[in-house]
Design a protein. Structure first.
Length: 105
């Protein structure tokens, strides 16, 4: 996945976290199954390029900028926030179950 217009699992996790977007919402927006997103983010499997492009597009229309050169990080254009993998970590990504638990705490 070295193409400039590609999406890595870390970028997917970071973009979803930056947007506070659940897998279900991303699934609906990008027309990609939530299971595919989960498998991709956990690096169990890499989806075909068209699927990664659909995910990337769903983030870009919401202000995520992946043009950080060779960096794996992302920038949110509307908030001026730059994230890289050490900011997010490699733990579980936000999902509907975890989000609802956090909101109820």
């Amino acid at each position: 996945m070295s193409k400039i217009n590609d999406l890595s699992p870390a970028q997917c996790r970071m973009a979803r976290a930056a947007l506070n977007m659940t897998r279900d919402k991303l699934s609906e927006t990008a027309q990609v199954s939530a299971r595919t997103i989960g498998d991709f983010e956990s690096e169990k499997r890499i989806p075909i390029p068209a699927t990664r492009q659909a995910l990337r597009h769903a983030f870009e229309v919401r202000g995520i900028d992946f043009s950080a050169g060779n960096s794996v990080g992302i920038t949110t254009a509307f908030r001026g926030i730059t994230l890289n993998p050490r900011d997010i970590g490699h733990g579980p990504a936000i999902d509907d179950e975890n989000k609802s638990q956090e909101c109820n705490s």
